[in-house]
Design a protein around this ligand. Structure first.
Ligand code: MG
Length: 155
Protein backbone atom coordinates (compact mmCIF):
# COMPACT_ATOMS: atom_id res chain seq x y z
CA UNK A 1 0.00 0.00 0.00
CA UNK A 2 1.06 3.57 -0.58
CA UNK A 3 -0.18 6.78 1.00
CA UNK A 4 -0.14 10.20 -0.69
CA UNK A 5 -0.72 13.73 0.55
CA UNK A 6 -1.88 16.70 -1.52
CA UNK A 7 -2.20 20.39 -0.76
CA UNK A 8 -3.25 23.32 -2.91
CA UNK A 9 -4.60 26.83 -2.53
CA UNK A 10 -5.96 29.40 -4.95
CA UNK A 11 -6.99 33.03 -4.64
CA UNK A 12 -10.47 34.21 -5.53
CA UNK A 13 -11.06 35.83 -8.90
CA UNK A 14 -14.26 37.75 -9.53
CA UNK A 15 -16.40 36.65 -12.43
CA UNK A 16 -14.61 33.31 -13.03
CA UNK A 17 -16.76 30.14 -12.75
CA UNK A 18 -16.11 28.37 -9.44
CA UNK A 19 -15.18 24.72 -9.90
CA UNK A 20 -14.80 22.39 -6.91
CA UNK A 21 -14.28 18.67 -7.41
CA UNK A 22 -15.40 18.92 -11.04
CA UNK A 23 -18.69 20.57 -10.01
CA UNK A 24 -19.65 24.08 -11.05
CA UNK A 25 -20.75 25.99 -7.95
CA UNK A 26 -22.99 29.03 -8.33
CA UNK A 27 -20.85 31.92 -7.11
CA UNK A 28 -19.91 35.50 -8.09
CA UNK A 29 -16.22 34.52 -7.87
CA UNK A 30 -14.12 31.58 -8.93
CA UNK A 31 -10.51 30.62 -8.27
CA UNK A 32 -7.58 32.26 -9.98
CA UNK A 33 -5.23 29.95 -11.83
CA UNK A 34 -3.85 28.96 -15.21
CA UNK A 35 -6.41 26.14 -15.46
CA UNK A 36 -10.01 26.24 -14.17
CA UNK A 37 -8.52 26.62 -10.65
CA UNK A 38 -10.22 23.53 -9.19
CA UNK A 39 -8.28 23.42 -5.93
CA UNK A 40 -9.89 20.15 -4.81
CA UNK A 41 -9.01 18.23 -7.99
CA UNK A 42 -5.48 19.68 -7.87
CA UNK A 43 -4.94 18.44 -4.31
CA UNK A 44 -6.34 14.97 -5.15
CA UNK A 45 -4.22 14.76 -8.31
CA UNK A 46 -1.09 15.67 -6.35
CA UNK A 47 -1.91 13.19 -3.60
CA UNK A 48 -2.22 10.33 -6.12
CA UNK A 49 0.96 11.41 -7.92
CA UNK A 50 2.72 11.70 -4.57
CA UNK A 51 1.67 8.20 -3.55
CA UNK A 52 3.20 6.92 -6.79
CA UNK A 53 6.40 8.92 -6.33
CA UNK A 54 5.62 10.54 -9.70
CA UNK A 55 6.42 14.15 -10.68
CA UNK A 56 3.91 16.60 -9.16
CA UNK A 57 1.06 18.42 -10.89
CA UNK A 58 3.17 21.56 -11.49
CA UNK A 59 5.89 19.51 -13.17
CA UNK A 60 3.48 17.58 -15.38
CA UNK A 61 1.20 20.50 -16.23
CA UNK A 62 3.27 23.69 -16.15
CA UNK A 63 1.36 26.95 -15.77
CA UNK A 64 3.65 28.34 -18.48
CA UNK A 65 2.30 25.81 -20.98
CA UNK A 66 -0.55 27.22 -23.10
CA UNK A 67 -2.03 23.72 -23.52
CA UNK A 68 -3.31 23.93 -19.95
CA UNK A 69 -4.64 27.50 -20.10
CA UNK A 70 -8.25 27.37 -18.91
CA UNK A 71 -8.04 23.55 -18.97
CA UNK A 72 -10.58 21.50 -17.00
CA UNK A 73 -8.67 20.04 -14.05
CA UNK A 74 -10.35 16.69 -14.69
CA UNK A 75 -7.63 16.23 -17.34
CA UNK A 76 -4.93 16.37 -14.66
CA UNK A 77 -6.78 13.90 -12.46
CA UNK A 78 -7.29 11.53 -15.42
CA UNK A 79 -3.52 11.52 -16.04
CA UNK A 80 -2.82 10.71 -12.38
CA UNK A 81 -5.38 7.87 -12.45
CA UNK A 82 -3.89 6.54 -15.69
CA UNK A 83 -0.42 6.49 -14.13
CA UNK A 84 -1.80 4.81 -10.99
CA UNK A 85 -3.41 2.02 -13.05
CA UNK A 86 -0.31 1.57 -15.22
CA UNK A 87 1.71 1.06 -12.06
CA UNK A 88 -0.76 -1.60 -10.90
CA UNK A 89 -2.43 0.35 -8.10
CA UNK A 90 -6.03 1.14 -7.24
CA UNK A 91 -7.51 3.83 -5.04
CA UNK A 92 -8.69 2.48 -1.69
CA UNK A 93 -9.94 5.68 -0.10
CA UNK A 94 -9.62 9.42 -0.05
CA UNK A 95 -10.04 12.00 2.72
CA UNK A 96 -10.21 15.70 1.85
CA UNK A 97 -10.53 18.95 3.78
CA UNK A 98 -11.57 22.13 1.99
CA UNK A 99 -10.68 25.25 3.94
CA UNK A 100 -13.04 28.01 2.90
CA UNK A 101 -14.98 30.77 4.62
CA UNK A 102 -17.05 31.18 1.48
CA UNK A 103 -18.92 29.62 -0.13
CA UNK A 104 -20.30 27.18 2.44
CA UNK A 105 -19.25 23.67 1.43
CA UNK A 106 -22.00 21.70 3.18
CA UNK A 107 -24.80 22.42 0.65
CA UNK A 108 -22.56 21.17 -2.21
CA UNK A 109 -20.98 18.22 -0.46
CA UNK A 110 -23.14 15.39 -1.81
CA UNK A 111 -22.93 16.63 -5.40
CA UNK A 112 -19.14 16.94 -5.17
CA UNK A 113 -18.72 13.49 -3.60
CA UNK A 114 -20.91 11.98 -6.32
CA UNK A 115 -18.81 13.62 -9.05
CA UNK A 116 -15.58 12.51 -7.39
CA UNK A 117 -16.89 8.98 -7.20
CA UNK A 118 -17.54 9.05 -10.96
CA UNK A 119 -14.13 10.56 -11.76
CA UNK A 120 -12.21 8.22 -9.46
CA UNK A 121 -14.22 5.08 -10.15
CA UNK A 122 -14.77 4.28 -6.45
CA UNK A 123 -17.87 4.18 -4.25
CA UNK A 124 -18.89 7.35 -2.44
CA UNK A 125 -18.44 5.54 0.87
CA UNK A 126 -14.69 5.64 0.18
CA UNK A 127 -14.65 9.42 -0.26
CA UNK A 128 -14.67 11.81 2.68
CA UNK A 129 -15.09 15.54 2.14
CA UNK A 130 -15.06 18.04 4.97
CA UNK A 131 -15.59 21.77 4.79
CA UNK A 132 -13.76 23.82 7.43
CA UNK A 133 -13.85 27.54 8.11
CA UNK A 134 -10.61 29.34 8.91
CA UNK A 135 -11.80 30.55 12.31
CA UNK A 136 -9.59 33.61 12.02
CA UNK A 137 -6.49 31.81 10.78
CA UNK A 138 -4.74 33.38 7.72
CA UNK A 139 -6.35 35.66 5.18
CA UNK A 140 -9.67 34.69 3.67
CA UNK A 141 -8.94 35.51 0.05
CA UNK A 142 -9.35 32.09 -1.45
CA UNK A 143 -9.80 28.37 -0.85
CA UNK A 144 -7.24 25.80 0.29
CA UNK A 145 -7.47 22.03 0.21
CA UNK A 146 -5.62 19.18 1.89
CA UNK A 147 -6.15 15.57 1.04
CA UNK A 148 -4.82 12.11 1.79
CA UNK A 149 -5.17 9.06 -0.45
CA UNK A 150 -4.45 5.41 0.12
CA UNK A 151 -3.50 3.20 -2.83
CA UNK A 152 -3.39 -0.58 -2.81
CA UNK A 153 -1.97 -3.05 -5.27
CA UNK A 154 -4.43 -4.24 -7.90
CA UNK A 155 -5.42 -7.84 -7.14
MG1 MG B 1 -3.67 24.48 -8.20
Amino acid sequence: MRVGFGFDSHEFEEGKPLMLGGVRIESPYGLKGHSDGDVLLHAITDAILGALGAPDIGELFSDEDDRWKGAPSELFLEEAIKRMRERGYRLINLDCVLIADRPKIAPHKSKIRKRLSELLGIEESRISLKGKRREGFCESEGIACMCVVLLGEER
